[in-house]
Write a protein that binds this ligand. Structure first.
Ligand SMILES: Cc1cc2nc3c(=O)[nH]c(=O)nc-3n(C[C@H](O)[C@H](O)[C@H](O)COP(=O)(O)O)c2cc1C
Length: 337
């Protein structure tokens, strides 16, 4: 499909390494969301068949359309990895990470380091576009390396010339990391300079923020990251805002509890009991925000290590009735991967 098809619902779920996996993406899929992303995947790791990559590449068919995001420093290496990903996973979109500020990744010349080298951006995008054709290639950039070297426009144009079909701009510098406010004016500048769709990322928390970002910057779509954690229904609410409809209310604590329980099952199904439950701890913290009694619940969550205890805790905290749990313990949990 052309990239415009993924912008029919112009709300994308942001990649968030170590936070968002297949189970949460499956939950988000209940709501209007044009595209979801894997977390950033090492091109070298994929080519080496590294075992650590396997869990990161897992996804469920119901998550489609899905973008696989790669990072690397050398255009040919990223192109080769992209070609492998295309063959093995048939992603709907391939994305190149040009924004990760992690020291290790930047030192290797990948992630946000690419913001300092627009000609390499062009070479990489060109090589990867050719490798994945006809799968659309997108890139995700920052505003620049430092506050005195804001060059998102230049990098975006290099990516566009190389063949990128869309560009996501997270308008913080590498130095800022995730601190301070995202400067949406940079998104507007990239929109003005580029002919391809630009997606804005950063500080979209309330449903109204998505509408505001599109109005203020002219961007074609909005990515939602941290604002969706523990509140994936923000996609439904933001979509209503975009259409000018009344914003649906937040779900009841019981509905949130059912959602959390479903995610817990999927986490365990995907990662096994121990890892799945540990992974779910932070999501349970987010799901419990704003619900009374959350303090004691949080203390219990930090000790959680079995599915059985996880179910009990969620059922009690969110006041779920037995029939709302919707499964019997000895039955297999959902669809296998
Ligand atoms: C914990 C965490 C992990 C992230 N991992 C990635 C990643 O793997 N790839 C990427 O392009 N951006 C990553 N980001 C950046 C987000 O995709 C997004 O651009 C940023 O958080 C700003 O959006 P937000 O304010 O909606 O969260 C990450 C952000 C956070 C907080």
């Amino acid at each position: 499909m052309e990239i415009d098809g993924y912008l029919d619902v112009p709300l994308w779920l942001a990649p968030m390494a170590g936070v968002i996996g297949s189970a949460f993406r499956r939950i988000v899929r209940r709501y209007p969301c044009g595209l979801v992303f894997t977390e950033l995947l090492s091109a070298r790791g994929l080519l080496a068949g590294s075992k650590t990559m396997e869990p990161l590449t897992r996804f469920h068919e119901s998550e489609r359309p899905i973008a696989f995001q790669l990072y690397g420093a050398e255009p040919q290496v990223v192109a080769e990895a992209a070609s492998l990903v295309k063959e093995r996973f048939s992603p709907d979109v391939v994305d190149i990470n040009m924004g990760c500020p992690s020291k290790k990744i930047v030192r290797s010349g990948a992630g946000a380091a690419l913001m300092g080298d627009p000609s390499r951006v062009f070479d990489m995008v060109k090589a990867v576009t050719e490798a994945v054709c006809p799968v659309p290639l997108t890139v995700k950039i920052r505003s620049g390396l430092h506050s005195r070297s804001i060059n998102a426009k230049e990098v975006a144009l290099a990516a566009q010339d190389g063949g990128a079909k869309a560009i996501t701009v997270h308008p913080r510098t590498k130095t800022q990391g995730f601190k301070g406010r995202a400067d949406w004016r940079v998104i507007g500048e990239v929109v003005e300079a580029c002919g391809i769709p630009v997606i804005g990322s950063g500080d979209v928390v309330l449903p109204q923020d998505a509408r505001r970002m599109m109005d203020e910057t002219g961007c074609a779509g909005v990515m939602i990251g941290r604002g969706s954690l523990g509140r994936p229904w923000v996609f439904l609410q933001a979509y209503a805002c975009l259409k000018g409809d009344a914003v649906p209310e937040d779900p009841s604590p019981q509905e949130i509890g059912k959602m959390a329980l479903q995610q817990l099952f999927w986490e365990v199904e995907e990662k096994g009991e121990r890892r799945g439950v540990v992974e779910m701890r932070k999501h349970l913290l987010w799901y419990s925000r704003g619900i009374s009694g959350a303090k004691a619940f949080r203390r219990e969550i930090s000790k959680l290590s079995s599915l059985e205890d996880g179910i009990k805790l969620v059922v009690e905290f969110f006041s779920l009735e037995e029939e709302q749990v919707g499964f019997k313990r000895k039955e297999p949990i959902g669809v296998p991967y």
